[in-house]
Design a protein around this ligand. Structure first.
Ligand code: MG
Length: 338
């Protein structure tokens, strides 16, 4: 297997979540050539803030043949991409259009909301516009400024949007319970679930689960899956970029969980892969798969790759080309042998 890489940077429009700041984000595209002549491409976008190895260390692992689960997933996707390319097929052609809706990702806090949305646009108008273009659900990154977030949640609820909150486990148990108890009355019925409210602990999560549905995402590795008969949450967030998807689905079946497939706030090629997984799983598992969260490219300044993503409101359509798309751009990229 011969691997080359092409470094890229994504520029966040705003602070992305409670634990990362607005600096440029580095990742690499991988080009993999197998002995059998197939060539495929994949993204590799680590979040060191969330405990991933750096780009340099990930590449080192790939070079030495002991890649992380993230590196392994990238290789798997590259192989799938290669197989579609070899047959001259687009990965998305097999799907019906509008297989699964995506939530809208709202990652800025109120201080930056106005500048982001255009100073004349109020949150009311913004959320109403989301509904008008077809979104049912908004995911709000929380834990940065709780007072402002209560205000944003109230506005989203008022527009009739279903709400997902994601704290990235930055709160503690008492502060979370306090926050929930102070939410305006209109918000609670609109909450679909709260993702990673505070660091995973089976007892305190079980307490929190009594008041609201919970989803596990970045706390996945802290769950002692083998030791538990039941788990104190309702939804598993599956990020194909760093989780073995079949293994995750097996956990969903075993513990009776629903699943949300999301991108890893990564490159457009990573988004294309995660959107494919969301559509594939939705067609296979139906009800078990909730709205996905793959439309994260809006969190970054547009680039030549993200410009190729075809979306319509909450729906992801195919990227033109063979495999997972971007043929010409991948051809033009400069590749360094690993
Ligand atoms: Mg999350």
């Amino acid at each position: 297997m011969k691997i080359s890489f092409s470094t890229y940077f994504l520029t966040p429009k705003k602070r992305l979540n409670a634990i990362s700041y607005g600096a440029k984000r580095e990742g690499v595209l991988l080009k993999v050539e197998w002995e059998d002549g197939l060539i495929g491409f994949a993204d590799l976008h680590p979040w060191t803030e969330l405990g991933d190895l750096s780009v340099a260390d990930q590449l080192k692992g790939l070079r030495q043949g002991h890649s992380t689960i993230q590196g392994q997933q990238s290789l798997k996707f590259a192989r799938r991409d290669a197989e579609f390319r070899q047959k001259n097929l687009n990965a998305f052609d097999q799907f019906e259009t509008k297989v699964v809706k995506n939530n809208f990702l709202f990652s800025n806090n109120i201080d930056s909301a106005n500048s982001n949305l255009g100073s004349e646009i109020s949150l009311d108008v913004f959320f109403e516009n989301l509904k008008r273009v077809g979104f049912s659900t908004v995911k709000i990154k929380t834990g940065i400024n709780l007072e402002n977030e209560k205000y944003i949640l109230e506005k989203a609820a008022h527009a009739g949007l279903r709400i997902r909150l994601d704290f990235n486990a930055v709160l503690n148990f008492p502060d979370f319970m306090n926050f929930m108890s102070e939410l305006p009355e209109s918000v609670m019925p609109q909450i679909e679930y709260v993702e990673d409210p505070f660091p995973f602990n089976a007892k305190t999560w079980a307490e929190a689960k009594k008041i609201v549905k919970l989803a596990v995402d970045n706390q996945f590795d802290k769950v002692h899956w083998d030791a538990l008969a039941t788990v104190p949450f309702d939804v598993l967030v599956i990020k194909p970029a760093k989780v073995d998807v079949e293994n995750a689905m097996a956990l969903c079946h075993k513990f009776n969980l629903k699943a949300t497939v999301t991108s890893y706030m990564d490159h457009a090629l990573g988004i294309s892969h995660s959107a494919y997984e969301a559509m594939r799983l939705k067609e296979k598992y139906g009800e078990l798969i909730l709205e996905s969260g793959c439309l994260t490219h809006h969190a970054y300044d547009p680039d030549s790759f993200s410009a190729e993503l075809h979306t319509d409101g909450p729906y992801f359509y195919k990227v033109n080309g063979t495999g997972f798309g971007f043929d010409a751009l991948l051809e033009e990229a400069s590749w360094t042998p690993l």
